[in-house]
Design a protein around this ligand. Structure first.
Ligand code: HEC
Length: 463
């Protein structure tokens, strides 16, 4: 706990990452698949001397470069900002482990951007062959950056043998690397066709050209959905045991998994019946429906991928509340507040009376007046729980989930956090700190809603 806590009201900071990351992913997959699409299709248009298709491809490239280079880059940098603020320890571990991978990724990123601009601005001024080669350089560099970044994000779900052998290569070729690369490559192909359909149906009048685009882009999209399914099955089979258990036990994830299956099936059937068999169906409404189903399936998938890592941010490496698992026993002994640079500084400045010999005195914490106990309890909450729970409203808010619970039962929950739900990290403070956190939780938990039967009343009424 050597970093300050970033408090995002209602939403919690990790959910802010989730929002930005999902927008980024929806653009970044198109950035990869779109490169391959443009390389293949300009090659085809030159070969068949189809100048109307070439004109369309030029307009599509403009849309593509604007969207991916501007919004893609902005949200990409946005992810760096939010993860650095929300999960500084996990980010630090990733940077230390993968600095070489990231440097390589940025090189490919520069190649990508340069190739994209040359491809667009030198349109019609380059020999067709050279033009198509530039398209392939873009597509290839973009796909390699997908592979590189996937190795790093897959590591967070399953570090594999890295805990024993701390080498870059062991970290990169983790058990999740291949399944996720397959799924993301499929995702890039599928999502690109959906963007192409939407763009073409909205901007093209010529029905012949629309039909051509419908059939040409159906194959990569169908292939993409198959790759997503294959990669998804591999992802599931190679999940760490606890992540499989999370999937099986959390009701909301059960529902989301069912939704994902349904959406993928719908997209597949629509693709087959629509663009593949009946390209004439490709109206703006049809393309929009397909696009929205695709986005929904994607976003749900990313959400699940993030959710199953609990109680970790980086599996077995960094806990959700920004501490190393091996730090837990020490914090239980020496105190959670004492173990963190920032909470310690806060307590020392605000309540100098609890400091003895430069350390926070456990028992003096308990003799603080009630409103100060609440403030210390709230501080513990922010550092220990706010990664996954908002306070009184918003994302999984701690107050409402404790509605109507007694003080003993809340204290019991706090001290047995990981037993209450195995996807919560273990309690990492002293008994006194658990008391203060409980003060705060009791304070924010609403009373039992009126009109509900309570166990004491039930037993009184029993004959
Ligand atoms: C790594 C994430 C994470 C952290 C950190 C975390 N929790 Fe949770 N907690 C969860 C999840 C996930 C659930 C299940 C929520 C749901 O089903 O909607 C949960 C459930 C709960 C519940 C409802 C439990 C029940 O028995 O019904 C309470 C209360 C709770 N957490 C309190 C806390 C407190 C207090 C802390 C800090 C000391 C904390 N949590 C830290 C993830 C976390």
């Amino acid at each position: 706990m050597h970093f300050p806590w970033w408090y995002v009201p209602d939403l919690t900071s990790p959910m802010l990452i989730a929002f930005i990351a999902i927008i980024h992913v929806l653009i970044a997959h198109y950035a990869v698949g779109g490169g391959l699409f443009l390389a293949v299709e300009t090659g085809f248009a030159y070969k068949t001397q189809n100048s109307t298709y070439l004109d369309y491809l030029k307009r599509h490239t403009r849309f593509f470069v604007l969207l991916t280079a501007v919004l893609g880059a902005l949200t990409g940098v946005g992810i760096w900002w939010t993860i650095g603020l929300a999960s500084p320890l996990a980010t630090e571990v990733l940077i230390r482990t993968f600095v070489f991978g990231w440097a390589t990724e940025w090189v490919f990123f520069v190649v990508e951007i340069t190739a994209a601009f040359v491809f667009y601005y030198y349109w019609g001024r380059l020999p067709p062959k050279t033009h198509v080669v530039i398209g392939w350089i873009y597509g290839g560099a973009a796909w390699i950056s997908l592979v590189l970044i996937t190795g790093i994000t897959a590591f967070m779900l399953h570090p594999g043998g890295w805990l024993e052998h701390r080498s870059f290569w062991v970290a990169f070729f983790n058990p999740q690397f291949i399944p996720q690369t397959i799924a993301r490559t499929g995702g890039a192909l599928l999502l690109t066709s959906l963007y192409v359909y939407l763009h073409a149906s909205l901007t093209l009048k010529d029905p012949k050209l629309r039909d051509l685009i419908g059939t040409r882009s159906a194959r990569p999209a169908l292939l993409g959905s198959i790759l997503i399914t294959v990669g998804g099955i591999g992802w599931y089979l190679r999940l760490p045991e606890s992540a499989q258990a999370v999937l099986a036990s959390a009701a909301v994830l059960n529902v989301l998994i069912a939704i994902i299956f349904a959406l993928t099936l719908i997209v597949f059937i629509l693709l087959y019946l629509g663009p593949y068999r009946n390209p004439g169906w490709l109206s703006p409404g049809f393309a929009l429906a397909l696009f929205l189903f695709g986005l929904a399936a994607f976003s749900t998938g990313e959400f699940i991928r993030e959710a199953v890592r609990k109680p970790y941010i980086s599996y077995n490496v960094v806990l959700g509340n920004q501490i190393f698992p091996k730090a837990v026993p020490g914090l239980r002994q020496g105190g959670y507040l004492e173990g963190g640079v920032w909470p310690k500084a806060f307590v020392s400045m605000r309540f100098p009376e609890v400091i003895v010999d430069g350390k926070i005195d456990r028992s003096r914490l308990l003799s603080l007046p009630p409103e100060d106990r609440l403030l210390v309890g709230e501080t513990i909450f922010h550092y220990h729980c706010n990664d996954c729970h908002a306070t009184t409203r918003g994302y999984s808010p701690a107050g409402p989930v404790l509605t109507g619970r007694s003080r003993e039962s809340i204290l019991e929950l706090v001290t047995h956090l990981d037993e209450s739900h195995f996807f919560m990290p273990p309690w990492a403070g002293t008994e006194e700190e658990a008391q203060l956190l409980t003060d705060y939780l009791v304070h924010i938990a609403p009373p039992r809603p009126g009109g509900m039967i309570h166990r004491e009343i039930v037993s009184e009424q029993d004959p």
